[in-house]
Write a protein that binds this ligand. Structure first.
Ligand SMILES: CC(C)(COP(=O)(O)OP(=O)(O)OC[C@H]1O[C@@H](n2cnc3c(N)ncnc32)[C@H](O)[C@@H]1OP(=O)(O)O)[C@@H](O)C(=O)NCCC(=O)NCCS
Length: 203
């Protein structure tokens, strides 16, 4: 067992990652509330109703979804409930809104990618109090390893960028490079902000 600490060190924990391929997996409600919490926060400020996130869950479980779950935890009160603390997923076009779908298709064309040689990373999130412990890096690595097994040559994604959001440095540390920057775009992917980046990684 490895022992991790939350950044303020008031929680000591360990976690495991696993792939979800059953829509009825008991982690469903934990995933849904984590997703709602993460995207209600800065810079996204999105309000996701339960049934919309349920659709996301259904689509992700069909394609590729990894979650991180607490396996051991001691907090200040020495008690703890089971909890989903992270997720990473690829998705297919059925989940995307129309504008995002058109945009992702045009980026695929621009990069000379297609569905068999590339993998679109749709979502990544780790519960705020557990960040900076390498959990997102581990989840991304699992997605990448699956993509390599499926002979994909590239992973790509769209991410928001503003003063409150340092995801670019996270992705570059994990082998991605910036391939395109889009201003004032309408697409929902990566959150509702003015500037978005298309990031690519050679697998
Ligand atoms: C982006 C996000 C998923 C990163 O999650 P995370 O689990 O904290 O990621 P990691 O721990 O793997 O890496 C984060 C940082 O911690 C550092 N780190 C990793 N392990 C560490 C450790 N054991 N001790 C200290 N720092 C560590 C990494 O080097 C990285 O540094 P950086 O901030 O300069 O890039 C998380 O911040 C998040 O959920 N944000 C909100 C949702 C979001 O924006 N998602 C992306 C949408 S496109």
């Amino acid at each position: 067992m490895t022992t991790y600490y939350t950044p303020n060190r008031n929680i000591k924990f360990d976690y495991t990652c696993r792939k979800i391929d059953n829509v009825n997996d008991p982690a469903k409600n934990g995933f849904i509330s984590l997703y709602q919490n993460i995207f209600a926060d800065e810079p996204y400020k999105e309000d996701w109703p339960y049934n919309e996130v349920e659709k996301v869950w259904i689509n992700f479980t069909k394609y590729s979804l990894y979650i991180a779950e607490i396996s051991y935890c001691i907090d200040d009160e020495n008690n703890y409930n089971y909890k989903v603390i992270g997720f990473a997923s690829g998705c297919n076009s059925s989940y995307m809104d129309n504008d995002t779908f058109k945009f992702v298709e045009s980026e695929q064309e621009r990069l000379n990618f297609n569905n068999s040689n590339s993998f679109y990373v749709a979502e990544l999130g780790v519960a705020k109090e557990y960040r900076k412990n390498g959990i997102a890096a581990k989840l991304m690595n699992l997605l990448h390893m699956d993509a390599v097994k499926e002979n994909k040559k590239f992973a790509y994604l769209i991410t928001a960028c503003n003063n409150n959001n340092n995801t670019i440095s996270f992705y570059t540390k994990n082998g991605y490079y910036i391939s395109n920057i889009i201003y004032n775009c309408k697409i929902l992917a990566g959150g509702v902000v003015d500037k978005k980046n298309v990031l690519v990684k050679n697998l």
